[in-house]
Write a protein that binds this ligand. Structure first.
Ligand SMILES: *Cc1c(COP(=O)(O)O)cnc(C)c1O
Length: 470
């Protein structure tokens, strides 16, 4: 299986090569040259498999350059009860109103990003060792992504992680989660400034081509193909858990920001999994909702992106969206290039004439949720089902309830646990105790390791030089 770029000007790559890539050199995103097709007989067989066995069967279709025994080993070490809290890994439960929730947030950082990052950490380590390479991951985080990357890459051979965060701007829980890691290859750097300053430093270092090459600087952002492929697995697992036969169809409702999560759902559907609808749920940052309702895509800049109580969805330029559009326009890379040239000029684009295909063939619909909706949904689920859901998951449930058709089975993806967002939970239901997994008891009391620096890219470069040598 070869990988191609959505912009059409990158030579074909293997899975292992695509895994280590961020953006393609032509500015596009990597995708397999075709989607493997799953037969009904395969699906029936997969009903009997454990999560790790299923992950192996799915990922092997894409990772054809990794020997099967090695791939099986990587996956068996990744999807364990120890890491994800249950033998099912992503258990599916049903609310009193019939809507199902697939739990994706029982990994180390209590958010769905662990599902893919944990795989990526082990796969990176394997590929780097094989090619005798090292990698220095440089990232900026306002909380969630950075911690998922650190927990996935801690202690991995051949990899250092330099993670910038805005000094004093994260919650005590988020700080403790990242800064309490004592692994030698995890370097936490708190910058006196805002999240945007951290991002600017990452860009400045990346733009120093000589430094970037000399120190093998890379990133693990949401456009990485390895993350998408690992996510395809849980859509198939969710489908199998929510059905008894392949005649049944299931819709997924997905709290969305960068379109990375639901992009994997799109791929699962294209592989032949009987998915009925893919429901995009946004918060007040509703650029994607606008597209799926009207065909108009108008990304916004940072100044027009709201700070909301579902912060991991505060995104107005969905970095993975280009993968879906590539399929939508019949994989015409020239058209993708010209659409994104419009985006680069701040104009966006209109694909109104494709709305029928978007709905009928691809199954996409959408809705959005506000702060008031979020609080009301958290409260109503608490009252009816006695459980606390996180604000992002609440956005999904609100939209699922609104768009559900009679007889439709909807699986809402649980993208985080309530424990990460206590303040919003208390606003919704009063000061009840928010349950926290036992492994995280006393997290805030652990010793922390972080260096605080001025907002200066040269200081970050010096830290990297010191650590890596040379
Ligand atoms: C990252 C994240 C999302 C958004 O996922 P995308 O892949 O960016 O669409 C939603 N909820 C939570 C809790 C997240 O961390």
């Amino acid at each position: 299986m070869n990988y191609i770029s959505t912009r059409g000007n990158t030579p074909a790559k293997t899975f292992s090569q695509a895994l280590l890539m961020g953006l393609a050199p032509d500015g596009g995103l990597m995708l397999p040259e075709h989607y493997p097709q799953i037969t009904p007989a395969q699906l029936t067989h997969w009903r009997t498999l454990s999560y790790a066995e299923l992950a192996f069967e799915v990922i092997r279709l894409f990772a054809t350059d990794i020997p099967e025994a090695d791939l099986r080993d990587i996956i068996n070490r990744t999807y364990t009860r120890e890491t994800f809290g249950s033998a099912e890994i992503t258990p599916v439960r049903t609310l009193k109103d019939g809507i199902k929730i697939q739990a994706l947030s029982n990994g180390p950082t209590l958010a769905f990003k662990d599902m893919a990052m944990q795989f990526l950490g082990n796969a990176f380590e394997y590929v780097l060792a094989k090619e005798n390479q090292t990698l220095n991951i440089l990232g900026a985080t306002s909380g969630d992504t950075g911690s998922a990357a650190e927990y996935a890459l801690r202690g991995k051979r051949g990899i250092n992680v330099f993670m910038l965060s805005p000094d004093g701007k994260m919650s005590a829980f988020q700080r403790a989660q990242m800064y309490s890691l004592q692994d030698d290859n995890i370097i936490n750097i708190a910058v006196r400034g805002m999240f945007d300053d951290c991002q600017d430093i990452v860009k400045a270092v990346q733009n120093d081509a000589e430094f970037k090459q000399r120190y093998c600087i890379s990133t693990v952002n949401s456009i990485n193909w390895g993350r998408i492929v690992a996510q395809v697995v849980y859509y198939i697992a969710g489908y199998l858990r929510a059905t008894e036969s392949n005649e049944q169809r299931v819709s997924f409702c997905v709290p969305s920001g960068n379109f990375g999560n639901i992009c994997a759902g799109h791929i699962a559907k294209q592989m032949g999994v009987p998915i009925h609808r893919l429901i995009v749920a946004t918060n007040e940052n509703n650029v994607l909702d606008e597209f799926f309702r009207t065909g108009q895509y108008s990304p916004r800049d940072a100044a027009h992106t709201y700070v909301t109580s579902s912060p991991s969805m505060d995104i107005s330029k969905a970095s993975n969206f280009e993968r879906f559009i590539f399929d939508l326009v019949g994989r015409d890379a020239d058209q993708v290039q010209s659409l994104w040239a419009n985006v680069a000029q701040g104009n966006g684009f209109n694909l109104q004439d494709k709305l029928d295909i978007i709905r009928q063939k691809y199954g996409f619909v959408s809705g959005s949720s506000t702060h008031a909706d979020r609080l009301a949904t958290i409260k109503s689920v608490y009252q009816t089902d006695g459980e606390l859901i996180d604000p992002h998951t609440a956005d999904g449930i609100k939209v699922a309830r609104q768009l559900r058709e009679s007889g439709e089975t909807i699986v809402c993806l649980e993208t985080a646990l309530a424990a990460k967002f206590e303040a919003t939970i208390h606003e919704a239901v009063g000061s009840v105790a928010v349950p926290r997994p036992a492994k995280l008891a006393g997290l805030e009391d652990l010793p922390q390791r972080v260096q605080v620096i001025d907002n200066d890219a040269d200081v970050v470069k010096a830290i990297i030089r010191n650590k890596v040598g040379g």
